[in-house]
Design a protein around this ligand. Structure first.
Ligand code: C5P
Length: 408
């Protein structure tokens, strides 16, 4: 089940030209199963119609504080107290000022004042209004009080002006919502998770490399799923066209040697390592400094040397929960089981290499150190990532429960 399923999200929309963009956010959240209550300020209603949000969320849009529900519950207060998160997007200078001053003269300010849930403000406004001392001081006040206030994006504004004041990308806002919900009560909150993704590139010369077909999609989905469960996630991968999940720390690497160093360093502080990368087993002994020319050669010999086994080097770290991946073309289970014990893993995920690497779907089988084998259905990598993280959480909890209590 996704982190947004059945979550009460109050989406406060203020009067900025960016209000229309937030319709997409409302739609995405609702499609993920969240119960989205849109609250519009008076000014917001001049930019976008309530009908738009109502249709996208399937719930009535709440605008009037005095529009009391028939069951007699004081709606404007219960909205704040029942919320899992309040998201204010776009947040205008005026509404930020009202939050900072503690006003409660409309539905949104009242819900914000009455809530214990995280409040995420996403400013979008004129460049000068954002830079104004009053706005900056109000934002600093709100942050001091625990509000999360995103930085606006820079670029071309609706008025012919370039600067800082644009609404950040919807994916960034959605990522931040997932981070805050996860950190509030996700099963991995307080845990540090390191994920590796994609294939490494081992240089032959400045423009050529030895590599493989791994796209990185599985690892990126695992990083997002760990983030959604509240973990602090470091994603170590070669940069590609994939957009790193918002709220995840990205460590770019190119080669197996660089990944080796980055993983060892990140794991010093980590609780869980998910080693999904398709690390090149061999690298050219040395990379030519200039592009290798054909020069009429009939043959070119490449001498390769083996790369360090990253997981193998961590096999003694008993305090680190280690998950490996095995992409095999034959004897899937036997190969996975021998890798699991050879590398001292807690779990290994095995799949058929050709049917998976570079594809959108995966048929993964989970093999645990206890010997249990759980085949998952063939499914999109995002869905598989959710199942794999659920299995890890389950296994981790069991392991922790089984550990003898330390004496005082
Ligand atoms: O050693 P092999 O490639 O068969 O095992 C695959 C698992 O080991 C994957 O989890 C992969 O990320 C990891 N691996 C590693 N260091 C290597 C090669 C693979 O950690 N040099």
């Amino acid at each position: 089940m996704g982190i947004l399923q059945q979550k009460h999200i109050v989406l406060g929309v203020c009067g900025s030209i960016a209000a229309y963009k937030v319709a997409e956010l409302a739609r995405n959240l609702a499609l993920e199963g969240a119960l989205v209550d849109v609250v519009m300020t008076e000014a917001a209603q001049r930019f976008v119609g309530a009908a738009t949000f109502q249709a996208l969320t399937g719930r009535p849009v709440l605008n009037d504080m005095w529009d009391l529900p028939e069951d007699g519950v004081v709606g404007h207060v219960s909205l704040g107290t029942a919320a899992d998160i309040i998201v204010v997007a776009p947040a205008t200078a005026h509404t930020l000022a009202r939050f900072a001053a503690g006003f409660c003269d409309d539905l949104l300010t009242t819900a914000v004042l009455a809530t214990r849930a995280p409040v995420l403000c996403v400013p979008a406004m004129n460049v000068q209004m954002y830079a104004a001392a009053a706005t900056q001081e109000n934002i600093a006040t709100l942050r001091r009080r625990g509000f999360v206030v995103l930085e606006p994006a820079e670029g071309r504004m609706a008025e012919p002006m370039v600067g800082k004041g644009r609404l950040p990308e919807i994916a960034t806002i959605e990522g931040e919502i997932r981070v805050l919900l996860g950190r509030r009560n996700g099963p991995l909150r307080g845990r540090r998770v390191v994920v590796t993704a994609g294939g490494t590139h081992e240089p032959i010369d400045p423009v050529r490399f030895v590599g493989n077909r791994s796209s990185g999609r599985m690892g990126y989905a695992l990083a997002a799923a760990a983030r959604d469960r509240g973990a602090e996630v470091t994603l170590i991968a070669r940069p590609t066209l994939l957009v790193p999940p918002a709220g995840v720390t990205m460590v770019p690497v190119e080669t197996a040697l660089q990944m080796h160093e980055a993983v060892l360093q990140a794991c010093e502080q980590a609780d869980i390592l998910i080693m999904n990368a398709a690390v090149a087993d061999f690298r050219p002994v040395e990379a030519a400094t200039q592009k290798i020319k054909k020069d009429g050669k009939e043959e070119l010999m490449l001498r390769l040397v083996s790369n360090p086994d990253i997981l193998g080097d961590l096999s003694q770290r008993r305090d680190l929960y280690k998950v490996g991946f095995a992409a095999e073309t034959e004897d899937l289970l036997a190969n996975a089981q021998s890798k699991l014990s050879r590398k001292g893993l807690d779990m290994i995920v095995v799949n058929e290499a050709v049917a998976t690497i570079g594809q959108d779907d995966i048929q993964a089988t989970i093999v645990e150190a206890s010997g249990s084998v759980l085949p998952l259905p063939r499914q999109p990598k995002q869905q598989a990532a959710e199942s794999l993280l659920d299995a890890m959480v389950h296994h981790l909890n069991e392991t922790l429960d089984a550990e003898p209590e330390t004496s005082q």
